[in-house]
Design a protein around this ligand. Structure first.
Ligand code: GDD
Ligand code: MG
Length: 336
């Protein structure tokens, strides 16, 4: 079976980190996000097509050098074609039943079980769904048994038909591509699913973990989910002897930490944290944080430095940015 990963958005909600790299390559627990999709792929998936526009060259180069154990084709869209247009654009590569996945979601889906579900129901499309507390930021389904009776993308709270959301994981027969007009931007969620509901669309429910990772809050949620799922670790050559560590955390090699770390903190290689506090945050590689700084619910770009006593909350700091001592940043997006 083939898998198409749609990974072509601009990643605006993770700017400024996505000014330097496509969203698929933003490190999540110190690995490019897109790699999590490969971790659980069954052997039956022998060809992965990555549909991308923004950041095409970086993704192509990444897959040329990374060994993901699969034949990977990175296909460039000249202009963004939307989540369905991206599939239509790779039609020439598709040779039968195929899976499709949003590139910015991590989960524990068993694709073989999903495929068996799809075959059992015998319709041309199946999507996987996940229960969340607040469905308003997602595609939401109404079900009768496993059959989807309506699909509504990002409804208002009062219009959401359930708490079951589109997990961004699909299995399609090639006929689905006939429902997608060629040569223009088409949204799978807004234009195609409403038609497939009539045609026959089934929803697969699963357990384990699931999280979107494409916004600051969902990225941090995905990070917490992965840390809780067993990916916490402190590298042997990281020095945390003088730190107060609240598990779970992930600390890469070459880090030196004196302050309070965690819970849910991730440090990339070579970070230096003074007597500061870092919790529910991701620091990419070689970030330095001076004494008395406090970082929470934030992502700090590679090589950035945070001055003494600065307070950062709900903030994304770009690569290489210096945040002045005693700055107070709440809900900020800071680029150099
Ligand atoms: N190739 C390509 N071209 N990919 C695209 C394009 C495009 O024009 N636009 C978006 N994508 C990719 C994104 O990179 C992402 O991996 C995926 O398609 C979904 O787009 P997002 O922009 O991240 O959508 P969302 O997070 O607001 O909502 C989607 O995901 C939710 C689950 O996380 C929808 O599919 C929702 O229905 C779903 O619940
Ligand atoms: Mg998304």
């Amino acid at each position: 079976m083939q898998l198409v990963i749609v990974a072509g958005g601009f990643g605006t909600r993770l700017r400024p980190l996505t000014l330097q790299r496509p969203k698929a390559l933003v490190p999540l627990l110190n690995r490019p996000q897109v790699l999590y999709l490969f971790d659980r792929l069954p052997d039956s998936v022998d060809h992965v097509i990555v549909a991308v526009n923004y950041g095409y060259a970086q993704l192509r180069d990444f897959f040329r050098s990374a060994d993901v154990g699969r034949n990977v084709t990175v296909v460039e869209e000249e202009t963004p074609l939307g989540t369905a247009g991206a599939l239509k654009n790779v039609e020439g590569h598709i040779g039968g039943t195929f899976a499709a996945m949003n590139g910015d979601v991590i989960d524990s889906l068993d694709l073989e079980a999903f495929h068996r579900f799809h075959r059992r129901h015998g319709t041309i499309a199946s999507l996987a769904v996940w229960r969340v507390d607040d469905p308003t930021g997602f595609g939401v389904v109404a079900l009768e048994g496993a059959r989807v009776t309506s699909f509504v993308e990002k409804p208002k709270r009062e219009d959401a038909p359930s708490n079951l959301v589109n997990a961004g994981r699909y299995i399609f027969e090639p006929e689905v591509l006939d429902f997608i007009p060629a040569g223009r931007e088409v949204s799978l969620e807004k234009e195609v699913f409403p038609k497939l509901v009539i045609e026959g669309l089934h929803a697969f429910r699963y357990s384990g973990f699931w999280s979107d990772a494409g916004t600051l809050s969902t990225f941090l949620h995905a990070q917490a989910v992965l840390l809780e799922a067993g990916r916490a670790h402190v590298a042997d050559d990281a020095d945390v002897a003088r730190a107060t560590v609240h598990a779970p955390v992930l600390v890469a090699g070459g880090c030196f930490v004196e302050g309070r770390l965690g819970p849910h903190a991730v440090l990339g290689p070579g970070c230096r944290i003074g007597r500061a506090s870092v919790r529910d945050a991701a620091l990419l590689d070689h970030v330095s944080v001076d004494d008395k700084a406090e970082i929470s619910r934030s992502i700090i770009g590679a090589g950035a430095s945070i001055g003494e006593g600065a307070v950062l909350e709900d903030t994304i700091v770009g690569d290489g940015v210096h945040v002045a001592p005693h700055a107070r940043l709440v809900g900020a997006r800071v680029s150099g």
